[in-house]
Design a protein around this ligand. Sequence first.
Ligand code: PHE
Length: 341
Amino acid sequence: MLDQLNSIEKEALASLENIVDQAALDAWRVTHLGKKSPLMTILGDLGKLSKEERPAIGKRGNEVKRALEAALEAKIETLHRAEMERSLKENALDVTLPGRPRPRGRLHPSTQTLREFYAIWAEMGFQVFRSRDVESDEYNFELLNIPQHHPARDMWDTFYTTTPGVLLRTHTSPGQIHAMRAYCPNPIRVILPGMCYRYEQITASKDIQFQQVEGLAVGKHVRMTDMLETMSEFARRIFGAEYTVRFRASHFPFTEPSMEMDVECVNCGGKGCSVCKHTGWLEIAGAGMVHPVVLKNGGYDPRVYSGFAFGMGPQRVTMLKHGITDIRYFWQNDLRFLEQF
Ligand code: PHE
């Protein structure tokens, strides 16, 4: 029986040598270490042996069992390692390849300009006041001293909704009334940024939607010189102190007197070029002293209070800054454009 155990061991170890996959290994385990295997049968039947035979056979039997189990463990380990090496080789990972770029979001060029505006105006004491895009005829026109059939309405043709008297605002000026009604009788220093809409032929310089930044200061001793210097200071900060500004007489129904502010052409330095249409000046804002009727509509007594207001086009500033030649790029959401800023 000892011979039998020796040959069981020899044969089992030899057949284990050739095994290269898990299925064959499982079969081997059943054949050589399973309940019905010759080895286990011998070990199970030890009780049937004589007292003299039992210790030697039992000892040798257990030795063989341990040897087979150890060999099996070693084989499992070898197979694992081989499998790992194979998969590493097959799914080779090249750690020297450059990573995939993650597209990073950024602020729209208009937003960047707006934030510069906010920062400058904030330093001069103006806070941001938000006002609605969908307005009533009353706020967009009437309360700003532009009654029905006033010829000035031609300047601000807009998009009307199907609800009579409800329209998309043509300028941020109706926000002046909202701000005055919200703050009256306190003094006011606000800027009102936002989108405006006009029924226009779309061209490189005009779109049907565009941003404005309105400004409004109301108080007891607000004079025109305050406005001139405040706006000049803003222009110096946004364009640089080397550019001169000028104010030209103009007309708006909601300001009296009214004017427009120009800055020396930042493209040609005032010599004249296609950007400034050979005038040497760029129009930057409409402005004026708040009309008494508008002050009254906002709740302020025009005999006690005065104020100035202005409206600027921040997109114009962005265009000048970055050399953008076509305003239609702004809201087309074309990444080739947006990724440049
Ligand atoms: N609302 C005017 C426009 O859109 C600009 C403006 C604002 C003028 C405030 C004077 C005062 O053209």
